[in-house]
Ligand binder design. Structure first.
Ligand SMILES: CSC[C@H]1O[C@H](OP(=O)(O)O)[C@H](O)[C@@H]1O
Length: 366
């Protein structure tokens, strides 16, 4: 286990990466459970370690989960040795079972399985060649995610500037930044681009109960970069909208279905209803790896429920009586008709519906 004295730590969220492949064949993760008070890194050497890190939210965020799983497959092949097909297949199943909602996990594993299948179709895969091909694919998934985030940031800000005067004031939910992705961020990538173009009015960050991704992670990223952020209780979001403080609600996604219904952190649906009521714009920002054209509507999306102890305690401090029942779904689904724009690296869909989604994605998701 490494602490922030680790040589790669520079003290700046912009250069801090949640996920790094080490030359000695290990995966280094920033333990997001310990932020913002501690920057602690862990090094993983097995696929089971990677699956546990996803399940336990050492690393979280739909794209980051997919990238971690891809490196987990590399760890599996490195560890399994020759004739490891069955063990690698078992490891991929363990990775797939780590969390159910973010489709990026399954998208990334499918890409890695295609590399294995290509090698197997060429006769028995030469182990070293397969290991190298899988590492290259995982690193490509990682790099493509960062590039997608920067492209989405630019196109989202261009749309916002075409729709209203500047500066632009944003409310965001959960964490969708460098910690949730390969780097730069999805919804937080839009915030970064607004700041880069000097048209950011202000960012309001929902604390995002119960896991507090907004308070612990989004605020950490933005404060470190000097981006003007105000942390608010989730229940204050409606008040901010009613007070005329917000122009756009901008969020990430964990799975977007063929009609544009969007699963995202619990509380997103409420924000969309509030935004509609107050006549504000609601934007979803997500790479194509978050699109699931195999599901027709959001009703089909598996919604993860986590342990009640995430609700009844905050950083170990008990805040509810012993024996209370709990209900802890950690995602909800925003219907497409509450979404003004879905921004992806392939293009922007305004007022999404199945026809528009299929026009943009059918060719790549059949
Ligand atoms: C870049 S999208 C990240 C997405 O993932 C988060 O969920 P979790 O922290 O539980 O992995 C949240 O839904 C974000 O919008």
């Amino acid at each position: 286990m490494l602490n922030k004295n680790d040589s790669s730590f520079t003290g700046n969220a912009r250069s801090v990466s949640a996920i790094d492949w080490l030359p000695e064949g290990k995966l280094k993760l920033l333990d997001q459970r310990k932020l913002p008070t501690e920057e602690v890194y862990i090094e993983l050497s097995t696929a089971a370690d990677a699956a546990a890190a996803i399940k336990d939210m050492v690393v979280r965020g739909a794209p980051a989960i997919g990238i971690t799983a891809a490196y987990g497959v590399v760890l599996s092949v490195l560890k399994s040795g020759p004739d490891s097909t069955d063990q690698v297949a078992r490891d991929i199943e363990v990775l797939a079972a780590s969390r159910p909602t973010a489709v990026n996990l399954f998208w990334a594993l499918d890409r890695m399985k295609r590399v294995i299948q290509q090698h197997e179709s060429n006769g028995s895969p030469v182990e070293a060649l397969l290991q190298e091909a899988l590492l290259q694919e995982a690193q490509l998934i990682h790099e493509q995610d960062i590039a997608a985030n920067k492209k989405m940031g630019a196109s989202a800000v261009a749309l916002m500037r075409a729709r209203q005067s500047t500066p632009i004031r944003v409310l965001t939910h959960c964490n969708t930044g460098a910690l949730a992705t390969g780097g730069y961020g999805t919804a937080l990538g839009v915030v970064r681009r607004l700041q880069e173009e000097n048209v950011l009015g202000h960012v309001y960050a929902d604390e995002t109960r119960p896991w507090l991704q907004g308070a612990r992670l989004t605020a950490w990223e933005l404060v470190q970069e000097g981006i003007p952020v105000t942390l608010n209780a989730d229940v204050a979001a409606g008040h901010l909208m009613q007070a005329g403080k917000i122009d756009w609600v901008v969020v990430g996604a964990d799975r977007i279905t063929a009609n544009g219904d969007t699963a995202n952190k619990i509380g997103t649906y409420s924000l969309a209803v509030l935004a509609k009521h107050h006549g504000l714009k609601f934007m979803v920002v997500a790479p194509e790896s978050t699109i699931d054209m195999q599901l027709r509507t959001g009703q089909d999306i598996p919604i993860e429920e986590r342990e009640g102890d995430e609700i009844v305690a905050v950083k170990g401090q008990i805040i509810a009586p012993q024996g209370v029942h709990t209900f802890n779904p950690v995602f909800d689904v925003t219907p497409h008709d509450l979404i003004d724009a879905i921004v992806t690296e392939k293009g922007i869909i305004e007022y999404p519906n199945e026809t528009k989604m299929r026009a943009l994605f059918a060719k790549t998701c059949d």
